[in-house]
Design a protein around this ligand. Sequence first.
Ligand SMILES: NC(=O)c1ccc[n+]([C@@H]2O[C@H](COP(=O)([O-])OP(=O)(O)OC[C@H]3O[C@@H](n4cnc5c(N)ncnc54)[C@H](OP(=O)(O)O)[C@@H]3O)[C@@H](O)[C@H]2O)c1
Length: 353
Amino acid sequence: MVRVAVLGASGYIGGELLRLLLQHPEAELVAATSRTHAGEYVFRVHPNLRGTTELKFSSFDGGGLAGSADLAFAALPHGESVKAVPQLADAGLKVIDLSADFRLSDSRMYPVWYGYDHPRPDLLEKFVLSIPEINRDKVKGASLVSSPGCTAITAILALAPLLKDKSLGVDRDHIVVDAKVGSSGAGGKPSLSTHFSERFNVVRPYKPAGHRHSAEIEQVLASLSGERVAVSMSAHAVNMVRGILSTSHLFVSPPPKPIDVWKAYRAMYSGSYFVRMVRDKQGPFRLPDPKLVIGSNFCDVGFEIEERTGRLVALSATDNLVKGAAGNAVQSMNLMLGLDEKTGLTMAPLHPV
Ligand SMILES: NC(=O)c1ccc[n+]([C@@H]2O[C@H](COP(=O)([O-])OP(=O)(O)OC[C@H]3O[C@@H](n4cnc5c(N)ncnc54)[C@H](OP(=O)(O)O)[C@@H]3O)[C@@H](O)[C@H]2O)c1
């Protein structure tokens, strides 16, 4: 049994981590930290967990956790994680951080994308950005792991094989990612734009250009292809609570044959349980659809080719709280501990939802 703690446990990602860890056969949940709910039962904030735990939230105490936990998940806002995580990492705990604070390998990128100077560039070098389907072996040997942003991992899983396989000839300077995101992607803290009357029924562009997750996507794709990659991303808030649909447009001249695109995906994902290829010829569910992955750690991936314009459309769908965050983090923990990466994560998606 590994003793695990969750920091920022009152938030949406924290709650999802608790849900997964409470039914994980190899994890013992020893602490769930919260500033505002310390002393309260976890199920008061996460009512779905009533009857599954009698744990109470506690205040963050880095020194205390060093003695009582083996591994900590940090689900804090970016800019806050970078204050708490070093205390745990320096004390020798294994850490999985879900914020952006340890995702970018180059500290010079933090002022550019996040507006602050990274205080611990030495730690950045030690963190592995974990996407098990892409860098499983690196995650296995790591003690410090970060998990990508939800729109980033969703887009990356559709794009990575197409950039890795150079024989496809994808134009690396013109990759366009269009993401549709459910409301839980913005976290649990209410604001005017997340207020029901304002958020319900929207298809609202909230970051048509300059989305921060472009940096992570470019970092991963460049390391796979060995060359600079330029990603242009637009994000829209849509009328879902959970879920992301990423539609990526790539340009290839001459356009590839479907069999070659299949080969690229199979080469990367043939042993990856959590990536499902979806490209059916008939029925209503022919391509990835977020509605069909909700509650699960699956990422559904599919594609279409528009021969006339040389456009390759790569589609992917995740539950942003699971494969987009907590599920990917637990999958990473499994690898770090030498467990089967599927341990505690094989739940089927909900349908209908
Ligand atoms: N939502 C997603 O789909 C998603 C996906 C991937 C990654 N992430 C990342 O995961 C992290 C958590 O996201 P979330 O959606 O769970 O956000 P959230 O619902 O707002 O939860 C964040 C939690 O962090 C704690 N917190 C807030 N401000 C803090 C501060 N100044 N100092 C210490 N703790 C603070 C809060 O708990 P208390 O106030 O009770 O202390 C809060 O419950 C973020 O970095 C986010 O970018 C989110």
